[in-house]
Design a binder for this molecule. Structure first.
Ligand code: K7E
Ligand code: CUA
Length: 632
């Protein structure tokens, strides 16, 4: 059976325009540089981004690394890359994924697909404590501690298939959001053919709780929803603080083999935003209405009236973004040339008046015309929206390859909405997300905006067929948007977070006995405590590393022994890292000052294997070595 596909003209038009735009990106090398901007503009742009040697940037920019599974950190306005934080992927540079603890955290996976970083918030403002990020491929969320810029927890969410609608935090980091982009048979592990898609496949919306002290994440509740594709999310603020919002497409609830989802999922004029009251969900999870499935408290919204609602939105939406005041909810249907503003006050009125146009699987659909404030003709391919401090919004236009600046409500009665689209700036090329300074808080700074572009053709020296992603820094502080700088990253930033640098307070070393960090039971601080202990076939080594030796420097084991080495770097000086590499054993630990790391392995190759410090630590760094003797 084939789907009856209604290819409307707008859809065709957008497809054609997008192909034209994509193909015309080629070969415009350097044109914007000298031609369009002019000399004096270039000088002022250069000055605006120049951070003199020894000076510091004003903001941290945390980019997601997409399928690299990492987070990239840059400074703004210089846009210089400062560090890479490995999250879902081993990273030899920091030894991540090699020691026992981080290996265990990775849970056997070698990669993840990180899309949406979210800074923790207190009272709707970034508090500089943690950064959360999702894994779209393996249904996980992770927490990075911003005291040491390291991944501290990876939580696998049960029943999750494609965790894309994550991570977005509530006003006081009570919850982070998660949602399935690809519906699947529920509960996970169940088998059902795709021919049963409409009935056996389900989506889930998830509230992940965050411990206010430790940051420890746990699955709070899961809500089973119709088999749509739940895409992007955002948490409410101010008046809408108790709610979470996600867009969804494929409300046709079809997956027809060979019929192309891009067509079958674009038949209806409208898809939806789904909104969930997380306070009500938390209550329901504790009640008899919740069932435990694969360890998660699962709620059927049909059993809990008032927990969830659908809001109709132009078809195939991508981004949903809550304005700083929490009243305007902005959704963008990527096949429509408009972005839609919903009024949370009207939403509340529609809910209390039961002003529904439909009900789907027990979830009421609010009447579109009752909750919509306005449709803004921003341009072609609207995806995501960010905000400034002057009541303006900035929407990325993928197809038009531009950023549109427009005015948030109020609007004059019956006015031509075109007048509220204030300005557009082209970007090179085909923007996905954008990120403004402090953009997800109640009080964005309104000075910088970064366009995260999908294509960068011809904007840099060629490096073969696979080229870097482009990020463009735009000044939004004046009356006109100004392009300041092109920067490049490895694949593939989706979203980013920009936070005032002085909100973060990273440590310089792990101070001995600092109560903030859990005590490592294997830490030692003197050469006297170091040594090799054997019990049966188990060998345990306690090692110290300090400029410029390792103790012990000889480890004798027998072939087939199970060996564990705990290394403590007893330095208390900043940036005095030591490494431990064991030749031919694929072992690579990197230990920060004051840190202890462990590695367990089987000595399965006999012979003599040198070990050494990998991190250049002093003039006598080369001398920091020893031998592991594996007796046949
Ligand atoms: Cu790339 Cu947010 Cu995953 Cu849009 S998403 S572009
Ligand atoms: Cu320690 Cu090099």
């Amino acid at each position: 059976m084939r789907a009856k596909v209604k290819l409307d003209y707008l859809w065709l038009f957008i497809l054609v325009v997008s192909l034209v735009v994509l193909s015309s990106c080629d070969g415009k090398k350097g044109k914007r540089g000298r031609g369009a901007n002019g000399g004096s503009d270039q000088t002022s742009a250069a000055l605006a981004t120049y951070v003199a040697p020894g000076d510091l940037d004003e903001y941290y920019l945390f980019y997601s690394g997409g399928h690299s599974g990492q987070v990239f950190v840059a400074g703004v306005p210089s846009m210089r890359h400062i560090c890479t934080i490995p999250v879902y992927t081993p990273y030899p540079g920091t030894g991540y994924g090699f020691d026992n603890e981080s290996k265990k955290m990775l849970g056997g996976y070698t990669w993840g697909d990180s899309h949406h970083p979210a800074l923790s918030e207190t009272n709707g403002d970034y508090d500089g404590r943690w950064l959360f990020i999702n894994d779209n491929a393996n249904g996980r969320v992770a927490r990075i501690d911003l005291k040491d810029f390291k991944t501290k927890q990876i939580l696998k969410i049960p029943n999750m298939s494609g965790n894309h609608g994550a991570t977005f935090v509530t006003e006081n980091t009570e919850y982070i959001t998660s949602a399935t982009r690809m519906s699947a048979p529920f509960p996970s592990g169940k088998y059902a053919d795709v021919t049963k898609y409409a009935t056996e496949y389900k989506g889930i919306l998830v509230g992940v709780t965050v411990d206010p002290k430790s940051g420890e994440m746990a699955v709070g509740w899961e809500i089973v929803v119709p088999p749509f594709n739940y895409d992007l999310g955002d948490a409410g603020k101010g008046p809408s603080a108790d709610w979470m919002f996600w867009t969804c497409y494929n409300s046709e609830r079809e997956f027809i083999e060979g019929a192309k989802l891009e067509l079958t999922a674009s038949q209806r004029d409208k898809d939806f935003i789904v909104m969930v009251n997380w306070k009500e969900a938390a209550k329901a999870a504790k009640s008899s209405k919740a069932k435990t499935v694969n360890g998660a408290k699962v709620i059927d919204p049909a059993d809990v009236p008032g927990i969830a609602y659908f809001i109709p939105l132009a078809k195939s939406p991508h981004g949903v973004d809550v304005a700083p005041n929490g009243r305007w909810i902005i959704g963008s249907g990527k096949l429509s040339p408009t972005t839609t503003v919903f009024d949370f006050e009207k939403i509340q009125k529609a809910i209390s008046g039961k002003d529904y146009e439909d009900t789907i699987d027990g979830i009421p659909v609010l009447t579109y015309t009752s909750v919509r404030e306005a449709e803004i003709p921003v341009g072609l391919g609207p995806l995501h929206t960010q905000f400034d401090d002057k009541g303006n919004a900035y929407t990325s236009l993928f197809v038009e390859t531009a950023v549109a600046k427009w005015k948030l409500p109020p609007y004059d009665q019956g006015a031509d909405m075109n007048q509220y689209v204030l300005e557009k700036i082209p970007v090179e090329y085909n923007i996905g997300h954008l990120c403004s300074a402090e953009g997800d808080t109640k009080s964005p700074d309104g000075n910088y905006l970064v366009a995260l572009n999908k294509l960068s053709k011809g904007r840099h020296l060629s490096v073969g067929p696979s080229i870097p992603e482009s990020s463009q820094l735009i000044d939004i502080g004046g009356s006109n948007m100004k392009l300041l700088y092109d920067a490049f990253t490895e694949p593939e930033p989706h979203y980013a977070q920009m936070v005032k640098a002085d909100k973060l307070n990273p440590i310089e070393v792990y101070k001995k006995d600092d109560p903030y960090w859990p005590k490592n039971p294997h830490a030692i601080w003197t050469p006297e405590e170091a040594g090799v202990k054997r019990s049966g076939r188990k060998v345990e080594v306690k090692m110290i590393a300090v400029r410029s030796f390792m103790a012990p420097d000889v480890i004798r084991v027998n072939k087939g022994d199970n060996v564990t080495i705990h290394v403590t770097n007893i330095e208390q000086t900043r940036d005095e890292l030591h490494g431990l590499a064991i030749n031919d054993y694929d072992i690579n630990l990197v230990i920060d000052p004051g840190e202890t790391k462990s590695i367990t392995f089987k000595a399965d190759k006999s012979g003599v294997f040198a070990f050494y410090c990998t991190n250049f630590c002093s003039a006598l760094h080369q001398e920091m070595q020893g031998y592991m003797l594996v007796k046949p």
